[in-house]
Design a protein around this ligand. Sequence first.
Ligand SMILES: [Ca+2]
Ligand SMILES: [Ca+2]
Ligand SMILES: [Ca+2]
Length: 419
Amino acid sequence: MKKLQLITTSFSLFLFTITVFNAQTVKILFDATKAETAANADWVIDADTHNLGPNSSGVMVTGQGNESNPQRYPIPAQSGITASTAETFWEGSLSSWGIDLVKKGYEVEELPNADSITYGNASHAQDLSNYKVLIIDEPNIRFTLRQRNAIVNFVKNGGGLFIISDHVGSDRNNDGWDSPHIWNDLFANNTVKVNPFGMKFDSLNFSGTFTNLANIPSDTCLHGTMGNVTEVVYSNGTSMTLDRTANTSVTGLIFNTGYSNTGTTGALFARALYGSGKVVALGDSSPPDDGTGDPNDALYNGYSAEANGSHQMLMVDATIWLIERNSTTTNIDVNENIASVNLFPNPSTENITVRLNLKKSMEVSFEIVDLAGRMITKNEKRNFDSGMQNQELAVTSKGYYFVKIISAEGVITKPFIID
Ligand SMILES: [Ca+2]
Ligand SMILES: [Ca+2]
Ligand SMILES: [Ca+2]
């Protein structure tokens, strides 16, 4: 038992180290270039001025109204956020989401209205190549072809994209385009890959409380660090139809009532892998709305006041899933050509030994998660030589677990039992 306690202490120290490391590296960008603040929408994390409005073409310009006009860096600076900081530290109806992400150790920025989405433009300070995750909450202006390609290539090359749509007919800036059609246009009319994510928004408008969840206990969007999602409440949203021919990985996680929870229709929330990146999609902009923001807007708190807290869990944990390296959330070994893995003894009565056979030397870190996807332990990455290597991991409670072996090449997930 002495040995076990020693290992546990070491893991606690490693956990602290890796959390600090992440805080300096992962940046999340909230887009504000697509009229996300038009009318009673305020889908920004912070704004200090309210002077935008749509011109006759639907472009948001200063002097045309009193809508939020956010800047790149939220004010006050995020370095002042602590565990007890209230969401009203910033003024935007996504401030709760933004502040929760900062509390998780990430950096957040906004792409201001007058800026533009680019990918691979080295002279653009806010080029997507500088970010791990792009969040676009209800775009109300059509993406240009160049922007559609930029977004798809960003994901293809390892970026995470958080897609949020709203109901059909939600054209807030009166330019003839609503968010379901804008997203479907991006999926269909880019020249990188047609229907890259296997998702299409339906032309619907409905509300309700939905508890029809996929039964995937290891899924960390539904069962992540924030808790177990149990439902989603829609206030005028739409669903998705999924296409597994276009993208074999696309998976619905929450469904409309009466639809199969393993099917491809009636999906309210879905995720997919594409290239080396990831995508999640939600069909309603109400769940992330925290009810406080632009004083000129009518806002409602869906983020923490509805769905027994499930919206907050879903928004934060799905963002974290996008940040994590592209891997399956099942027990499939995605990189057996790089490393083979065996666990022994399995089942075990206390510790488990991970035996790696590496094709080359690499930095590897380990995580242990439980059946609900909750993190149990995490250790810092260190360099392993090629060939056979052992790593002992400590688990103190009986149960069914997964060990994730994480490297720059990808993630291998293996199940084990402590009994
Ligand atoms: Ca507004
Ligand atoms: Ca529009
Ligand atoms: Ca707010």
